[in-house]
Ligand binder design. Structure first.
Ligand SMILES: [Zn+2]
Length: 267
């Protein structure tokens, strides 16, 4: 009898561990039996987001995440206040948008010349400024240019640990795959580009996510009809109609909403 109980006690956790590693969706179940989650996110507080994109999202009642830089928010302050009040999520996208100095525009704020101390100071300064401007303190972050380092050569350091300590979750950029909710590191959630992409180009990624219970995080910049780094409004409308068709079983929710759900489910 004692042996039988011991064997059971060993077997049950093993079975649990096996099904988790098989990624069969046994631990994290999406709400209401949905098959996949999609988050829409947009960076830099570009003017076209307030002028064209948010009105479209609001017509459909869809909430997105906007990773903003405080200086850019000030250019459309009333618009951003309205967006926040309407239920869109405001995320931190740093104070001055530092990136590799190989971008000429970033040479005077090059990550190669940053220290971890300066990075942390500026992340916190951005949160304080957004609190002053919009009355919210972001708990989500998007890495400017998707780059996660400071320094160069043997002095290079990752600033992911700082982000992990400061925010609930953070998004990358130009990543290649959806996120497995049972495995994803909340400080390094993968973000797939949706600028310049048609709905039919995006559909295979969504179908893959539905088959495997994954979380697709889409990232864009300008919101309009055409142009560089522009998420097409036509694509967005098709995507929203697809996601809102109950037969497609998609959970369309802001980045932080899905991240906090995933973390809660994994407890
Ligand atoms: Zn950016």
């Amino acid at each position: 009898m004692r042996t039988a109980i011991l064997i059971l006690a060993v077997l049950i956790p093993l079975r649990g561990a096996f099904s988790q590693s098989a990624g069969s969706g046994t631990v994290v179940q999406w709400p209401e039996g949905k098959l996949a989650a999609i988050s829409l996110s947009f960076d830099d507080a570009r003017l076209s987001q307030v002028d064209a994109g948010i009105p479209l999202l609001d017509r459909y009642g869809v909430k997105a995440t906007f990773f903003v830089v405080p200086g850019a928010v000030e250019e459309r302050l009333e618009g951003w206040r309205n967006a926040q009040r309407a239920g869109h999520e405001i995320g931190n996208h740093s104070f001055v948008h530092p990136c590799t100095g190989n971008f000429a525009w970033a040479r005077d704020k090059a990550l190669e010349d940053y220290s971890l101390e300066r990075m942390l100071e500026e992340l916190l300064a951005a949160n304080r400024r957004l609190e002053e401007l919009l009355g919210v303190t972001p708990d989500v972050f998007a890495y400017p240019c998707g780059q996660k380092f400071v320094g160069r050569g043997v002095e290079t350091k990752s600033y992911v640990p700082l982000v992990a300590e400061t925010f609930m979750a953070a998004r990358g950029w130009l990543d290649e795959t959806p996120n497995d909710p049972e495995f994803v590191d909340p400080a390094q959630v993968l973000g797939i580009e949706m600028d310049g992409v048609s709905f039919s180009e995006l559909l295979p990624v969504i179908e893959q996510a539905k088959e495997n219970g994954l979380w697709v995080v889409l990232a864009g910049h300008e919101m309009g009809e055409s142009g560089y780094q522009t998420t097409r409004l036509e694509m967005l409308e098709e995507l929203i109609r697809y996601a809102e068709d109950p037969s497609n079983q998609i959970w369309l929710a802001p980045f932080g909403t899905v991240a906090s759900y995933v973390l809660e489910q994994r407890k």
